[in-house]
Design a protein around this ligand. Structure first.
Ligand SMILES: [Fe+2]
Length: 214
């Protein structure tokens, strides 16, 4: 029998942007030279997750070159990929450095008061733990979550999580509403990453009754 050809369309995909940022060793050392604060809100049993007290790291003049690179990736994501109108500028609101020692991880979370979030990996290896993005329980790709069919192979249609294994210099951008978790750091090196949140500023819905000026 002849093979019947068919097409399958992937509707409503969630974009996760991945690219590269360059920085030198001196910049890396400056980024990790700030005062740390323990953050126990990520779910680690042991206190292995610290973040810089400064949550506006990228606003500091010494990181203007790095900020420019990050901003150009945000613009690629928003304007080239998502085709957002250029009426608004998409600005970095908060930015901080995470330090996770061996045994540390981040439980599933989303980022509040933000539309796009991102991570720039400053120091990772293949054992420092990847980032997993999770399909929301209310997101019905196929059918309701309580119906569990067994599949021979998990595909984009049936997966409930997607794992990324970043290397140093990788930048990821994703919707802040997308749940994610960071796997356990099983490496002997301390994992450092720069995280940031982004919100648009400008006029939305110009002239209508839903106009919003931010
Ligand atoms: Fe996060």
């Amino acid at each position: 029998m002849d093979q019947v050809s068919y097409n399958v369309h992937k509707l409503f995909p969630t974009p996760v942007y991945r690219s590269k940022v360059t920085f030198d060793t001196l910049t890396y050392h400056k980024l990790i030279g700030f005062e740390w604060e323990v953050n126990d809100s990520y779910g680690s049993d042991i206190i292995t997750h610290k973040e810089t007290k400064n949550r506006r790291i990228l606003d500091l003049p010494q990181f203007s070159g790095l900020k420019k690179q990050v901003q150009s990736h945000i613009n690629n994501f928003v304007f080239d990929v998502l085709k957002a109108q250029k009426e608004q500028s998409w600005e970095i609101t908060t930015s901080w450095v995470n330090e996770v020692e061996k045994g540390g991880y981040s439980a599933m979370h989303t980022h509040a008061n933000s539309l796009i979030s991102g991570t720039l990996y400053l120091n990772v290896d293949d054992k420092t733990g990847g980032i997993a993005f999770h399909k929301d329980i209310s997101h019905k790709t196929l059918w309701h979550d309580t119906v569990r069919v067994d599949f021979d192979e998990i595909s984009d249609y049936t997966t409930e999580a997607s794992l990324f294994l970043p290397v140093t210099g990788d930048i990821l951008l994703f919707p802040s509403i997308l749940s994610h978790s960071v796997l356990i750091n099983e490496s002997d090196i301390v994992r450092h990453s720069l995280a940031f949140n982004v919100f648009p500023r400008g006029v939305f819905g110009k002239g209508g009754n839903s106009e919003l000026i931010l």
